[in-house]
Design a protein around this ligand. Structure first.
Ligand SMILES: [Zn+2]
Length: 506
């Protein structure tokens, strides 16, 4: 574990980021001296379970008054912090599973505490305990001695035996938000006198995925670069992420409908060593940011397409997979509406209006407003679509709606597998909206096998769009996606190139 993480580990309730629902109850219990005999802390890794277990251990013997416990600084608190307190046992259940370990644990539980009023036994990764260890503990939990407090910490509470769960007070820890993590990182940087760019903090927070511990470990890794101030570019290098400018360039090309340009940029990044999946994810997260600036069905459709591509890439992370991901995103954009213009560079933006209000979402296209089947009125169908959250609307608008008695039937062409799957998964969310907007209490997702009428737009990844001529010369040929695909499929290499003298290439 990183030194910075250890140094910055909170020693008081106030210093712990988030988990208010846990802290509040524990604080009150400490003040009233009414702690339970056993706690179960569950939740993702790195969100403060063991930290709060230690804070509880500090509070048990803290020399400060009830309101201030734990103080984090008295002799008792200090010993717990340093891991030298004789009455506080922190055991990694995963690696202390032998018969002797269990016997030793039982003996230690029976012994009275030496310094503190209570012994505190913290079992990390508690779900990894052996059956015999659980059985041994169960006897203690059934008739808990006054002098013992257990804290089970686990990432998988469902793997804890029900008999143990029912004898503990269970707290579920939650992931921290990016804002919570960034705020704490900012604090740490200030305390340590480190200059860290705001964008670097935000990127670190995002990469930590809700775990404070990961955020601090990552920050420490970036600090070893010895570059001050710490920039976003430095964080990208350490995390192995492509530069944000490169991702933005790729995204702009895609949004402008420049498929070839997007493919060239993606290829350049691929050759620099960035994994296709990383690129797709960064693209997705850049798209999500644009979506916040400017809600649009086209962006939602592109994100859905990339989501799907991300899943495929999990199985086959190839350059072809990356190209297909971009082509699908491009199709989704083209199908859902006109290409979305990229935001104007800051210096070109009119200075007078600082924050122009986002334009209203584009009106639904006429064909889509008109239900293809009878029984539904156009205005109400439209109201229904507009009442849906944008991602769901992008899915549902591809369906042909039909009213059957009390039921709304959403009929999708069989080829829209992803839409069908999403609509089925979201049926529970669709039903109340359908009830309100259409007066239909039930929603059914149906699949059209023989398509009765031609689809509004073709959707299959058919023949590629006519490509604009690649830039001339050998470089142009090498970068041409068609040549790249030949390379992929046949392992072709460029052996000779005759149109221009080769001298300027070598
Ligand atoms: Zn204390």
């Amino acid at each position: 574990m990183g030194a910075l993480y250890r140094k910055k580990r909170p020693a008081t309730f106030d210093a712990v980021v988030g988990q208010e629902h846990v802290k509040e109850v524990l604080r009150a219990a400490i003040q009233k001296d009414r702690l339970a005999h056993a706690y179960l802390f569950s939740g993702p890794r790195g969100v403060g379970k063991t930290t709060l277990a230690r804070i509880l251990a500090m509070a048990v013997g803290c020399e400060a008054g009830p309101e201030a416990r734990p103080c984090g600084t008295c002799a008792h608190c200090r010993r717990v912090r340093e891991g030298t307190h004789p009455d506080v046992l922190e055991i990694d259940a995963a690696s202390n599973n032998s018969v002797e370990d269990v016997r030793e644990l039982k003996e230690r539980i029976l012994l009275a505490p030496v310094l503190a009023p209570k012994k505190v036994i913290i079992l990390d990764e508690a779900h990894m305990m052996s059956k015999s260890a659980f059985n041994a503990l169960l006897k203690t939990l059934e008739e808990p001695p006054e002098h013992v407090l257990f804290v089970f910490a686990t990432t998988e509470p469902e793997r804890m035996p029900a008999t143990i769960q029912s004898r503990t007070q269970h707290f579920r820890f939650r992931r921290l938000s990016d804002e919570e993590i960034a705020a704490r990182l900012r604090e740490v940087a200030e305390e340590e006198g480190l200059a860290v760019e705001e964008e670097a903090l935000r990127l670190l927070a995002r990469a930590a995925e809700g775990a404070m511990r990961d955020a601090l470990v990552l920050l420490e890794r970036v600090l070893t670069l010895d570059e001050r101030p710490v920039t976003r570019a430095a964080v990208e290098r350490v995390l192995g992420l492509p530069p944000a400018e490169a991702v933005a360039g790729l995204l702009d090309a895609l949004l402008a409908g420049e498929v070839e340009g997007a493919l060239h940029r993606a290829e350049a990044l691929f050759l620099e060593g960035y994994a296709p999946r990383t690129l797709v994810r960064e693209l997705k997260s850049a798209l999500k940011e644009r979506l916040l600036e400017r809600p649009s069905d086209a962006l939602v459709a592109a994100i859905l397409a990339l989501d799907e591509a991300d899943e495929r890439l999990a199985k086959d992370e190839s350059r072809l997979g990356l190209e297909l991901a971009l082509l699908r995103a491009h199709r989704a954009l083209a199908r859902t509406g006109a290409p979305v213009p990229a935001p104007q560079p800051a210096e070109e933006a009119p200075k007078a209006e600082k924050a122009p209000p986002p334009p209203p979402p584009p009106p639904l296209e006429p064909e889509r407003q008109r239900p293809a089947a009878a029984g539904l009125d156009r205005a109400r169908w439209r109201a229904f679509l507009e009442a849906l959250p944008a991602p769901l609307r992008a899915v549902v608008r591809e369906a042909r709606p039909e009213a059957k008695g009390e039921k709304l039937v959403l009929r999708f062409p069989a080829r829209l597998k992803f839409h069908i799957e999403r609509a089925r998964a979201e049926q529970a969310r669709l039903a109340p909206v359908a009830a309100r907007a259409l007066g239909l209490g039930e929603v059914e997702v149906a699949v059209d096998d023989g398509e009765a009428e031609p689809p509004p737009e073709e959707d299959e990844p058919g023949p590629p769009e006519p490509a604009p001529a690649p830039p001339p010369g050998k470089k142009g040929l090498l970068a041409d996606p068609r040549f790249q695909r030949l390379k992929e499929i046949f392992g072709a290499e460029l052996v000779a190139y005759e149109e221009e003298p080769l001298s300027d290439e070598k």
